[in-house]
Design a binder for this molecule. Structure first.
Ligand code: ZN
Length: 336
């Protein structure tokens, strides 16, 4: 970890420098231990150690410290890893076999049906689309089955080649590698805006490539939910429950660069000339697998079911949902 370079960051959405601390270094370390313990208790004894490592390990090293912007609410790491340190992390895992990618495609495709359905409803029909961070092509597949003509762009070469082998057009690289003259009826950024070095640039670029009535769809871990649930996980009778909500939704240890909140995301989209037309509060897809103990699988299902039910009944605000999905359209205020 000593090879990672850090820099002090300002709010990426509003440029503000005034922050409140969400988790200091010691609290982050405690979360790392809690996450390890959480998963150790929930996997069967015969689980291969690398499987356990997968769960409790992070696509990014844990943060040094997490803060919240006073002006717009964005939750972010400060200090922050330099962007150059990020590139390698997501371009890596070239050694993953096709059988693993095929299994991922199958499970993710099923969960992406929900997003494909919502997008179709909000866009008022199907059309052309670009997915930023298309990975193995699971959403491309779900969208194609609904009649969309979606293509992808992803920095992960191995996953992109796999998606291409399934008949999808995928550009290997960033959104800047997709010709700026292209136009799409939808640009979707599922589960990766929070990891990108420059989300603002990606949203601006997405807006510029939208057809006149196009929709931008974004799914992110909710920074406000992280802050709220981790406060509840600190003490009191509900602490174990709050910790389980965080862990089951992959929020414990904040393995993200940015935790967008509804307020900060609205602002980012508005700056790009986009108006939010629909917000959906959600949970993470099930993470239990064949190594998960039975009680832990039941616990995860019950917990996520309850969170979704409370949300559907409007018993909890959308801001408490662990994951947020936001759909936006070109607004009148945007620049042509
Ligand atoms: Zn801010």
């Amino acid at each position: 970890m000593s090879s990672i370079a850090y820099e002090l960051a300002r709010c990426h959405v509003c440029g503000g420098a005034d922050t409140d601390e969400v988790a200091d270094a010691e609290e982050v370390r405690a979360e790392v231990e809690a996450l390890w313990e959480f998963h150790t208790r929930r996997v069967a004894g015969a689980t291969p150690p690398e499987k356990l490592l997968d769960r409790a390990a992070f696509s990014e090293p844990p943060p040094v410290r997490v803060v919240r912007c006073r002006a717009c609410g964005l939750v972010y790491r400060n200090p922050q890893e330099r962007a150059s340190a990020l590139a390698g992390i997501y371009e890596a895992d070239a050694g993953v076999g096709d059988d693993v990618l095929a299994a991922l495609l199958e499970t993710q495709r099923r969960s992406y049906r929900a997003q494909a359905r919502r997008l179709t409803r909000i866009a008022g029909g199907v059309g052309t689309g670009l997915e930023v961070g298309s990975y193995v092509g699971a959403f491309l597949d779900a969208a194609r089955r609904m009649g969309w003509r979606f293509e992808g762009v992803d920095v992960n070469e191995g996953a992109s080649r796999f998606a291409r082998s399934k008949g999808f057009a995928v550009t290997i690289g960033t959104i800047d590698d997709v010709p700026a003259t292209r136009r799409f009826d939808a640009v979707a950024v599922w589960n990766c805006l929070d990891q990108l070095p420059d989300p603002r640039h990606v949203i601006m670029r997405a807006r510029a490539m939208l057809s006149p009535k196009g929709v931008v769809a974004v799914r992110v871990p909710n920074g406000e939910a992280y802050a709220r649930w981790r406060e509840a996980a600190e003490h009191g009778a509900a602490a174990p429950l709050a910790r389980a909500v965080l862990a089951h939704n992959n929020l414990l240890t904040f393995p993200y660069r940015f935790g967008f909140t509804l307020r900060s995301l609205r602002r980012l989209l508005r700056d790009a000339g986009l108006e939010v037309v629909h917000v959906e509060g959600d949970t993470l897809v099930p993470i239990a697998d064949e190594h998960t103990k039975r009680w832990a699988r039941v616990e995860e299902r019950a917990l996520k079911g309850a969170l979704r039910l409370f949300r559907t009944l409007h018993l909890t605000p959308v801001t408490a949902s662990p994951w947020l999905e936001v759909y936006a359209r070109s607004g009148a205020r945007g620049q042509a």
